[in-house]
Write a protein that binds this ligand. Sequence first.
Ligand code: Q9C
Ligand code: ZN
Length: 317
Amino acid sequence: MKIIYSKKHKKHNPPFEIYDGVKESYAEKADRIEGIVKTLREKGFGKYIQRPFRFPKKYIQAIHHREYVRFLREKTQSLKKGNVLYPSYFMMDTYTPLVSGTYHAAIESVNIALTGAKYILQGEPVIYSLCRPPGHHASEKSTGGYCYFNNAAIAANFLASYGNVAILDIDFHHGNGTQSIFYDRSDVLYLSIHADPRKRFPYSSGFVDEIGRGDGKGFTKNYPLSLGTKNSTYLRVLEKTIQDIENYSPAYLIISLGFDTYAHDPIGGFKLTESFYSTIGKTIANLHLPTLIIQEGGYNTKALGGLAYNFLNGFIK
Ligand code: Q9C
Ligand code: ZN
């Protein structure tokens, strides 16, 4: 399996996030991706593409407003090394600061997703795009939840000109950005399994009555689950989403993959076990669709490599 990675993400290194006015260490650390690569390499898993292709800005502008893209570029470039910018217009929360390297890292993360999509078009059956920063909370004109550009949405929109796309979002948090971007469209199906938004970020979306609008009605589906959810319940719900995808019969599948569903994730709240990730991988692979796996969250830096290995191994078996 090809794994797309770039070391440019390291330039995005916010020192802290703010939670109810209190500074906390930044959960979305560079070590997350480094840990995954280190473990997979030790296990001899994957063929690494270390230089993603570069793509014209039009693919980002198809999803994000121009003034938002300009804001991110100009703001981060005006920051001196070590400076951090917290909320203003275009920024939804206090978890998603700008530092001097944020724009370049976020652009590279999009390149990683689009490179994966390009390989899928060329006939690769499955690609793992190791995106950082993550993307699924970023909407048309807002950062949020550690996300700047919506990598999965940009890749989905790119693939959608060649055939219908299903996005299965299995990060612990609801992908409010991705949902919003495709809310009116029927050519991209958005499905998400996540923690009850009454209890966890992003709080204001991810409920079952959000089903899309206009042409998009019926092409968004949310599966919120209680905190404490275990393997067996999760698997039953995952199987429902597999049925939804079969009914839709897309040409391509994108997985927004978060490992913050793991029992020992520092900001999660489900109880999924390490070995269960291979079941998740295998269950999705049974669809036999060309599949682009996009990395989203997951914050137990020590465990991430093992979780990724189990997921990918389950997928190819
Ligand atoms: N002090 C993703 O998983 N809330 N984003 C953090 C902890 C923000 C998660 C509160 C969670 C955002 C991509
Ligand atoms: Zn998450």
